[in-house]
Design a protein around this ligand. Structure first.
Ligand code: ZN
Length: 430
């Protein structure tokens, strides 16, 4: 039998049973292992013995980023410290860093389901995986690495940046898969073409972590490198790290590992579930996590569940790409806008490049204005700008119901970075 990292369960009923057992275990484990969790549960008037069905999930209290920060340095720890074999931390731009502890079993579980990502992407043991993401306490290159080895493909731990070396590795080692941010993917694609290396490399697939990639950006990378597939890999430090799901080769959404965590999609204001298929905040509850279990953790990430079955036949349900952060929501003239929505509109318009910026201003008339800077596609004449401008304006108005001023700039004019590109500039004094 060939090795598989997919769950053994075959039916939705079995999945629900597995989730219920995991939920019961998690609540008891957190209650018994962490005084913070015990207090939260007692305050909510619910104990381990009250969990009888998956519906009881909704009786449980929420956990937030604040809970993690308040417990610094080892928040919500639910096992004795001697069971902890590793920590990771979020780089945390505001307030204290979030530090997450892992037991050996947590690391093993993470490695197992991350290997599932490679399987989902139909990577084989013959593949050579150039891992061009960061290694260290802030980042989870080690997750990519351990899972790649466990899966049995060849790991090339290149680390981020250094395009010169990356290009050399692609040629010399014949890497077939590259893991990096989408921004770096674009830089690589442009670099490979500038150096005329396209025929000398064997790259077939890219896996993009830690950043939302725009449709147009993905299209451009795919074209420039002649790739077969590109995958966004979701993940956050709180929930192990990257690798908590992956698209299959049908690209109909991200299959997520519902045998390791329960995903709820809730209205960020009311905290009630949104109707299936609608956008809301992702709230996660882990089913097996030992060191720091999560009970209804509010991720602030926005996505939606994708109803129905995937053509691949997998039992694992799907969520959409991350459509934004509930914190990144822009309120513009009383309309809630997520940057991901703008991206979605732009990606449907032909003739524009992959980069854009959203600039918000309050002018002398006291009103707010949105200026959208969009790159003209490479090789496209500037004589068409007026048309393009009108088209973008119309589509934004039609799909997001706001008016924007549109500026078309030359291809390559907007900054690109190897890390996350800043795209929203809110210059209003709010
Ligand atoms: Zn599928």
């Amino acid at each position: 039998m060939t090795q598989t990292f997919m769950p053994e369960i075959k039916t939705e009923e079995e999945l629900k049973q597995l989730q219920l057992e995991g939920l019961k275990w998690t609540v008891r484990h957190a209650y018994e292992g962490s005084s913070v969790y015990r207090k939260k549960l007692e305050d909510a008037g619910v104990g381990p013995e009250d969990i009888e069905s998956l519906g009881d999930l909704r009786r449980l209290p929420f956990t937030t980023a604040q809970d993690l920060q308040e417990g610094y340095p080892f928040p919500l720890l639910s096992v004795p410290l001697e069971k902890v074999v590793r920590i990771h931390a979020s780089s945390g731009t505001t307030g204290k860093r979030k530090v997450l502890c892992y037991t050996q079993k947590d690391i093993d579980d993470w490695t197992h389901f991350f290997a599932r990502c490679y399987e989902m992407a139909e990577i084989t043991k013959e593949d050579r995986v150039q891992i061009a993401v960061g290694y260290g306490i802030w980042t989870a290159g080690v997750g990519f690495q351990l899972a790649c080895e466990k899966f049995g493909a060849m790991a090339i731990p290149a680390g981020p940046g250094n395009l010169d070396m990356q290009c050399q590795f692609l040629v010399d080692f014949g890497s077939t898969v590259m893991c990096c941010t989408a921004s770096m993917g674009l830089l690589m694609a442009e670099e490979v073409n500038r150096r005329g290396l396209r025929d000398k490399i064997k790259l077939k697939k890219m896996i993009f972590g830690s950043e939302r990639s725009s449709e147009a950006m993905r299209r451009r990378i795919k074209e420039l490198l002649g790739l077969e597939h590109m995958f966004d890999i979701p993940g956050m430090t709180e929930l192990y790290g990257p690798g908590t799901g992956l698209e299959c080769i049908y690209h109909t959404g991200i299959h997520y590992w519902a045998d390791y965590y329960i995903l709820e999609i809730l209205d960020p204001e009311t905290l009630e579930p949104v109707p299936e298929g609608e956008t809301g905040e992702m709230v996660v509850t882990t089913l097996r996590k030992e060191a720091v279990p999560l009970i209804r953790y509010r991720t602030r990430d926005l996505s939606r569940l994708i109803p129905g079955k995937c053509p691949c036949g997998s039992i694992l349900p799907r969520h959409d790409r991350i459509l934004g952060r509930s914190d990144d929501m822009i309120i513009f003239r009383a309309v809630n806008i997520y940057p991901g929505q703008i991206d979605h509109v732009l990606s449907g318009i032909e003739g524009i490049g992959s980069e854009y910026q959203i600039i918000l201003e309050r002018r002398k008339d006291g009103k707010d204005y949105m200026i959208l800077k969009v790159e003209r596609d490479e090789g496209r004449a500037s004589s068409m700008d007026a048309d393009l401008m009108r088209k973008v304006k119309e589509e934004i108005k039609k799909q997001i119901m706001v008016s924007a001023e549109v500026q078309i700039v030359s291809y390559g004019e907007l900054p690109r970075s190897e890390r996350k590109s800043k795209r929203v500039f809110d210059n209003r004094d709010l």
